[in-house]
Design a protein around this ligand. Structure first.
Ligand SMILES: [Zn+2]
Length: 405
């Protein structure tokens, strides 16, 4: 039997058949755009745009960023906040915040530079890491910010995470879902119409509405029935009937109902639309203002020490992304640093080759307990999601057919 030619290899998830890397950064054309998550059953996904010069949409946006009149956008921000600012003792802006560098930056300047009265809201991570917990406390105490930590039923969250892993190799889907909806949900609960997220998804090459002033309501609201909302690849109807989960424990993961949003007048904005966003500058800012601390060790799956410090599960998320799309966290981190002129493309290539796809070890046992599975089940599930056009088994080892170069 002859070797299968590349054109005959199966391509899964509607991924582009030919693997390409951006000529400016190191991003792969296999990067999925952020989908409207509650509709995500792995159908109708779209992938990052590459133009005829093989430059990705995120790099092109980065060029546009230099030509945006940021002075004018800053004025626009002031006018927006003017409209919502309250001086009667109530909160006037909801800021979803993990206690990471970007959310600290957003909440801090809204309060101390723009005179707003933010309520920061946190969707709890799967399993807190002490360093992330301490950074959240620094934000609250040194940043003089009020905060609500919302933790969904932990046993249900872990069960949904397991389902997301098994059905979609997307263990973070339920988390992303909750995190995206917590801002609008708290806007309704506290009757505060303005919600301000930090950086926009357009920074990562998402198309469409990402650079509009207001986030499209479809991203966090819906009027769908229980058989139309999916969590971890299973409809809510099935979860309540076949899996015996109480509807009460699922609701926090749902998009918010449009009638409530309309009543509050909820509008969701990105601060990144109004202010030029630089993640490394946010880091320096957070260190300076609230004493934010980076980890002593790099996070598994990347070389970076200051991202996603709040949770023990990101290493398996990075690993599953790499398994499914050939893209790990290093590719995101390095691409962003190349765009912001912090490292060269050659350095980026070396970093991706070194750290992307790193097998999780540090919190692995705890993570497997959380997912309720053995290492063997974990590995077998991962392998069953490898798209043949991306992966080849060579001497018992999985290798990317087209690593970045
Ligand atoms: Zn690029």
């Amino acid at each position: 039997m002859g070797q299968m030619s590349e054109e005959q290899l199966e391509v899964r998830y509607g991924l582009p058949r030919e693997v390409k890397y951006c000529k400016k950064c190191v991003m792969s054309n296999q990067k999925p755009n952020t989908s409207i998550e509650h509709k995500n059953k792995d159908v109708s996904r779209t992938y990052i745009d590459f133009d005829e010069e093989e430059v990705c949409a995120a790099c092109r946006y980065n060029e546009i960023k230099d030509n945006i009149d940021w002075e004018e956008r800053g004025q626009k921000l002031k006018r927006l906040l003017e409209k919502y600012r309250k001086n009667d003792g109530s909160y006037d802006v909801i800021v979803p915040a993990s206690g990471g560098k970007d959310s600290i930056f957003a909440a801090y300047i809204l309060k101390h530079k723009y005179g707003m009265h933010p309520l920061t809201v946190t969707w709890a991570p799967h399993i807190y890491r002490m360093i992330g917990w301490e950074n959240l406390q620094r934000m609250i105490h040194k940043g003089q910010l009020s905060n609500i930590l919302f933790s969904p039923n932990g046993s249900v969250h872990s069960y949904l995470t397991r389902l997301g892993f098994i059905n979609m190799l997307h263990p973070f889907q339920p988390f992303v879902f909750g995190q995206k909806n917590i801002g609008p949900r708290m806007s309704v609960a506290f009757n505060v119409p303005l919600v301000m997220y930090g950086e926009s998804n357009i920074e990562y090459g998402d198309p469409g509405d990402s650079d509009d002033e207001v986030m499209s309501v479809e991203r966090y609201a819906s009027e769908m029935g229980l058989d139309e909302i999916f969590l971890g690849g299973v409809s809510v109807k099935q979860l309540t009937v076949d899996h015996n989960i109480d509807l009460n424990d699922l609701k926090a993961f749902f998009p918010v109902e449009k009638k409530y949003l309309a009543k509050t007048g909820t509008k969701v904005h990105y601060l990144g639309h109004y202010l030029k966003w630089d993640p490394q500058e946010c880091y320096y800012f957070a260190v300076d203002k609230v004493g934010f601390k980076a980890a002593e060790e790099r996070s598994e799956g990347t070389y970076c020490k200051y991202t996603e410090l709040d949770d023990k599960l990101p290493p398996i998320n990075f690993y599953t992304m790499h398994t499914k799309f050939g893209i790990g966290r290093t590719m995101y981190d390095a691409s962003q640093e190349i765009r912001n002129n912090k490292i060269t493309r050659d350095e980026g290539v070396a970093l991706v080759r070194k750290f992307d796809g790193e097998y999780p070890r540090l919190y692995f046992k705890e993570t497997l307990d959380y997912l309720g599975m053995t290492k063997e089940e974990f590995d077998a599930t991962c392998d069953s999601f490898r798209s043949p056009h991306l992966w080849i088994k060579d001497n018992g080892q999985w290798k990317l057919r087209h690593p970045v170069e």
